[in-house]
Design a protein around this ligand. Structure first.
Ligand code: MN
Length: 401
């Protein structure tokens, strides 16, 4: 790969899916994995097989069906985890085992009750075991940003010698700042001796709203894999948002001269699919994919946009798959127009959904003459939420491991 090509490691189905309110069934995960394939991600982290039998089955299903990208799955540095991971990704065309252990003294003493030496030994042994089954092994040093850098470098040197091909250094708790993480990756890279093929990776959380800024700083410091999720979903405040990283590279190529394999026109449809499957939409002002991201209501802005879109738009809505032309849906519109608009917005409706959506939109049109894209998206979401809550009443939720 060219030196400025950044690999997109999507963990929507692992870090994202394990966040409260985002759990998905196996067929839904497969549907999303196919969308991520069409989006052009390089690596799909499909799950954490030891977490539950259902998670393991879903990883195996995706590994069987989705052939182009690397399919990865997570395993702690424990034999049982790795054996489960091996089983789950065994059918993959391009399997990766992603193994991790915490390296910070805080996690080692308080959480794992483990010495540094035991941690190092477990990491090396696990990477060796994983390498017996696939040539593509990623090692993550959990809480890397708060780890002792001398010890961290020892661990990296040792796991690379044991066969790890990607070294991921996560800011697990979203504590870092851009300057700090940039300096951190420069220091670590200068102090370890790793062969050329080994890729450094960043995994940033958004607890301070800095996940994307930190990710970009890490790339500037030589990282060539970024771990991210669609809509920025993930543990707590979430992970770095895939769409924001990719569009920062695209829009500010003058400052960020990096490329990805992402087909940007599939960004919005993938975001919508995730929202529909989880029942969790994004905030209206969310960058790139929020329903106001390309909306202009203030008169001065509308005037500018109509004269030249560049006055208030730094990227074109069409380039991220958001239909730009404001199609006027009114009370004279028919069901076909509604269905077409939904399709343009990346929302595929069932027959029953179309009936309910059409009825709700016509009520809005009676009051307000014109129906906006935002109305369409909101109505589809509320129709689906209602349908979901009807199903949930007959469906006892099952506790997850
Ligand atoms: Mn994480």
């Amino acid at each position: 790969m060219a030196d400025n090509r950044v690999r997109i490691f999507d963990t929507t189905l692992r870090d994202g899916e394990q966040a409260p309110g985002f759990s998905l069934k196996a067929d839904e995960k497969l549907q999303l994995a196919r969308a991520l394939d069409a989006l052009g991600v390089d690596i799909i982290e499909a799950g954490f097989p030891i977490a539950s039998p259902a998670d393991a089955e879903a990883v195996r299903l995706i590994a069987t069906e989705v052939r182009r990208p690397v399919v990865a799955c997570l395993a702690r540095c424990r034999r049982g985890d790795v054996e489960r991971a091996i089983w789950a990704i065994e059918p993959a065309a391009h399997p990766r085992i992603h193994t991790f252990i915490a390296t910070s003294d805080l996690h080692l003493t308080k959480k794992l009750n483990m010495t540094r030496e035991a941690c190092l030994a477990a990491a090396v042994e696990t990477v060796r075991l994983a390498r017996q089954h696939t040539a593509d092994v990623e090692f993550s040093a959990e809480d890397a940003l708060r780890s002792d850098v001398d010890f961290l470098c020892r661990v990296i040197d040792a796991v690379v010698r044991a066969g790890a091909t990607t070294i991921n250094l996560p800011d697990t708790v979203g504590y870092s700042t851009p300057d700090e993480i940039g300096a951190f990756f420069r220091t670590v890279r200068s102090r370890v001796s790793v062969p050329d093929g080994v890729v450094f990776s960043a995994h940033c959380h958004d607890d301070l709203g800095l996940a994307v800024a930190n990710t970009l700083a890490a790339v500037d410091a030589g990282v060539r894999q970024v771990e991210c999720t669609v809509n920025g979903i993930g543990e707590r405040a979430g992970n770095a948002a895939l769409e924001e990283i990719v569009m920062a590279f695209r829009v500010r190529a003058d400052r960020l001269p990096y490329t990805t394999g992402i087909e940007t026109r599939n960004i919005f449809p993938t975001s919508q699919l995730l929202g529909a499957l989880t029942g969790q939409g994004v905030q209206v002002n969310k960058a790139i994919v929020g329903r106001n991201a390309f909306a202009h209501e203030a008169g001065i802005h509308q005037d500018g946009i109509l004269k030249d879109r560049r006055t208030y738009e730094i990227m074109r809505a069409e380039d991220v798959g958001v239909p730009w032309d404001p199609l006027v849906l009114g009370k004279h519109s028919g069901r076909h127009a509604v269905q077409r608009r939904c399709t343009d917005l990346g929302l595929t409706l069932t027959g029953d959904e179309l009936v309910a959506v059409y009825r709700a939109l016509m009520t809005i049109a009676d009051e307000r003459k014109v129906v906006s894209d935002a109305d369409v998206v909101a109505v589809v979401q509320s129709v689906r939420t209602e349908a979901r809550s009807r199903v949930d009443r007959f469906d006892t939720p099952v506790a997850r491991a």
